[in-house]
Unconditional design. Structure first.
Length: 515
């Protein structure tokens, strides 16, 4: 197709990471986080502090910078990780996208912003359903580029339905904007006549999330190999870690390679990277610190200021993986053990935040955590506390994955519980940004122990305070525990590493490639 002077490019998205074990995500969750239609998508993408994640702003900015185009906003729904999406809302969103995209035709290209690990209450691969729907509407000749979180569970349908499949390459996710820009570059190329060919290989490895860091480790080596093999023929290499807690048949470490024209080149490289992942398989097992050892280390750094301060990651209660952000195991243990000079955040408890706000700064109260219990892990607990600070929870992310984004945490309070100061929020969010403590007037640099309810994104926000050797991943119960053998799986492919013994894998020639 000839490149028109001002190509019309449709923009749409559906972005959520779903934990099968967490409560259902409703339409209200999307409406309160990011739900946009039509020009509203473009306006938010171009604003100084967008509400949406940075892929679409990066895409729009790169399209703006690379020549004339006409953006056509369709619909975009995005929210925090949660349980499966209520199916009726997904059907409604699909209908909205179909209606608005059909009305916008003809378009010259489509950009899809997707997380890639969605579920609905009735569908294990809604991302694939959406991609195939979009392909059906625009037809085979219109280029489609999609960006995906590296925690995507990749289905054959997802890869077969799009031309350029572009996954994040950093975890913490600090390259979202760059991947959006890469999608724009791919669309410009495809408008110029390039017809990419891709290959997908999925391994029988469902990595616990803590083994998927990209600074170093078995997964980082796969990504590095892919980037070393970039060449004029290879358009993109996406090594995708997957998201185990989706408990879906598509879960697993996968490799998607997109070549500019040569399908064999895509297949060969996908196999080489998959073989490295398989060779690394013994390293996709978590190594966590026991809670007893965590308490000892927190007491020690409290006593001895010559020791470096420590960050304790409550990886099993990570709102960024569907956790509720409200388990009390570490709070209770630290408080009762007499840990001093500690911060803990962010604890999701709207009732407690409201009570603290009502009582005001300086008030003493018996803080009742989890009076409205949300999961079996969210046990009620009470302890004497003092209200140290209250805010309205409106802030702009300072560092890491939320940098530059406008965030609304609802009424927030800092409560001093013995030697632990707890930041309580009213909207569930992963503790990935130091601003969540700083907006309460708390000084992270003076704390000896900082507990973060986060699996790994805190590393991108708190790296000013804590190097990798100052981070302690604690083994606790929770909806996002990396100890996958503690869950009852129903839909995961089996046998898989790290759950089963005797898992085998052979690359099969030819059966994993897509035109
Ligand atoms: Zn992710």
């Amino acid at each position: 197709m000839p490149n028109r002077p001002s190509p019309r490019v449709a923009i749409l998205g559906f972005s959520i990471e779903c934990n099968k074990f967490a409560p259902v995500a409703t339409k209200a969750h999307f409406l309160s986080r990011t739900y946009l239609e039509g020009d509203g998508i473009i306006e938010d993408a171009r604003s100084a502090t967008p509400r949406m994640l940075p892929e679409t702003p990066g895409f729009v900015a790169a399209m703006d910078a690379s020549g004339a185009w006409t953006p056509v906003g369709v619909a975009l729904a995005m929210t925090e990780p949660n349980g499966p999406v209520e199916h009726a809302f997904f059907v409604e969103l699909l209908g909205t996208i179909e209606r608005r995209l059909a009305a916008a035709l003809p378009v010259n290209a489509v950009y899809i912003c997707s997380h890639g690990a969605a579920l609905t209450t009735e569908e294990d691969d809604p991302d694939g359903v959406l991609f195939a729907k979009v392909r059906g509407i625009v037809g085979l000749d219109i280029p489609i580029a999609a960006t995906l979180d590296l925690h995507a569970n990749v289905s054959e349908r997802m890869v077969a339905s799009v031309d350029a499949f572009i996954g994040y390459r950093t975890n913490p996710h600090l390259d979202m904007r760059e991947r959006g820009a890469e999608a724009a570059a791919a669309i410009r190329e495809m408008l110029g006549g390039v017809k990419p060919q891709s290959a997908l290989i999925r391994l029988p490895i469902v990595p616990p999330t803590v083994t998927l860091l990209t600074a170093a480790g078995p997964y980082a080596e796969m990504i590095e190999l892919g980037q070393r093999r970039m060449s004029p023929e290879i358009m993109n290499v996406s090594a995708m870690g997957g998201f185990a807690f989706a408990d879906a048949p598509e879960c697993g470490l996968s490799v998607v390679v997109t070549a500019r024209r040569d399908k064999r080149a895509a297949e060969t490289l996908a196999r080489e990277i998959a073989e490295l992942g398989w060779a690394n398989r013994a390293r996709f097992y978590p190594r966590l610190t026991s809670v007893d050892e965590a308490v000892e280390r927190a007491l020690a750094v409290g006593r001895n200021r010559s020791l470096p301060a420590l960050a304790f990651a409550d990886v099993a209660d990570n709102p960024g993986g569907g956790g509720r952000g409200n388990t009390v195991f570490l709070l209770r243990t630290f408080y009762e053990a007499g840990v001093t000079n500690a911060l803990l955040g962010v604890f999701y408890d709207p009732d407690l935040a409201a009570e603290a706000e009502r009582r005001g700064i300086g008030a003493h109260l018996e803080a009742q955590f989890n009076r409205a219990e949300t999961t079996a892990f969210s046990e009620p607990y009470s302890a004497p506390a003092t209200v140290a600070a209250v805010t309205d929870g409106i802030c702009v992310g300072r560092r890491g994955i939320y940098a530059g984004m406008r965030l609304e945490l609802g009424p927030c309070a800092a409560l001093t519980v013995g030697g632990v100061t707890v930041v309580v929020v009213s909207h569930r969010v992963q503790c990935a940004d130091p601003v969540f403590f700083e907006m309460m007037g708390l000084d992270i640099g003076r704390a000896r122990s900082v507990v973060v309810k986060s699996r790994g994104h805190f590393r991108g926000g708190f790296d000013e305070f804590f190097g990798p050797e100052q981070i302690v991943e604690v083994d606790l119960p929770g909806l996002t525990s990396p100890m996958l053998n503690r869950f009852t799986w129903t839909r995961l492919p089996r046998p898989v590493i790290p759950l089963d013994e005797g898992v085998d894998w052979q690359p099969l020639p030819g059966d994993t490639a897509y035109a």
